[in-house]
Ligand binder design. Sequence first.
Ligand code: HEM
Length: 301
Amino acid sequence: MKRALPFYLHKPWARIGRPIRLFEYMAKHLGPIGHYRLFNIHIVFLNEPEYIREVLINQGGSFVRERTIRRLKILLGEGLLTSDDPTHKRSRRIAAPAFHRQRISSYAETMVASAAAMRSTWHSSGEIDIAATMMQLSLEIVARTLFSTEVDADIRAINDQTNVIMGIYNYLIAFPNLEAVLHWPIPGVMRFRKARQKLDRIITRIIADRKAEGAEKLAQRSDLLSLLLVARDEDGSELSDEQLRDEVMTIFLAGYETTANALTWTWYLLTLNPGADARMAEELRKVLGEGEAARLPTLED
Ligand code: HEM
């Protein structure tokens, strides 16, 4: 684009707060590489897997994370999503066993069981708020796979405080130097500080309680938090309490709302595409069986 993006604000594809319209426009009219300016910031938009691979993998070492992700450090510290190398490489090594295929298969059983339990409440007629329902389902799954717990008061509080922070996140990152004003008595900043303190207290307590259980009990647990607690780097070092807190927050935030949104849009798109919906139903019947004889899916499916 020849001028900075705000110049085009009267165009239907350049609505503030609707970035997907802009991306769709660029993919359609500018092809695999688009460029625009937001005032003086140059933004390059890639829409071709090969180019994206080049940035993330082939030349990964030449790029750092962009500003909004780095800004998440105020909430997520130096977790997997926000840290750069060498911290990031070390955390990846330590966390790897927690994401091993065998672990994922035990989480898969939990996920299927949670989904099946939710389905069993759906028989009655009437409307379902699919977005709220998918949020509830993914929160339940996160609670079980990350903490081996049900959606109790702690999990609800983590969820509520995270929502408070994400609700004011766009406002927060508008500060050019947020870190410098974090202690100022600005209403939004004070709300952020309070929510973060509450989050820290809950997560720190959950970690301390889990550690107090002792090594033997920890080894029997298979939730992500326990795996991160016993994980060691090649030199025998472990994650500090602060790093544990950062990774738990990261996985909670990265894993829960993303999945709920993906599921919600999947349902929506299926209703718009009856052909795809019918093919999915047919595949389910073929693979899992029909009626009383139908079984639940597994990771292999
Ligand atoms: C449909 C669901 C999901 C979507 C759309 C999604 C999307 C993404 C994206 C775009 C990134 C890259 C962010 C960046 O560095 O710019 C990312 C990273 C990450 N995601 Fe997800 N994610 C999903 C599910 C999950 C789940 C279920 C988990 C964990 C249980 C998770 C954990 C992470 C972690 C730890 C990272 C950082 C990885 C690293 O840099 O080492 N995500 N995700």
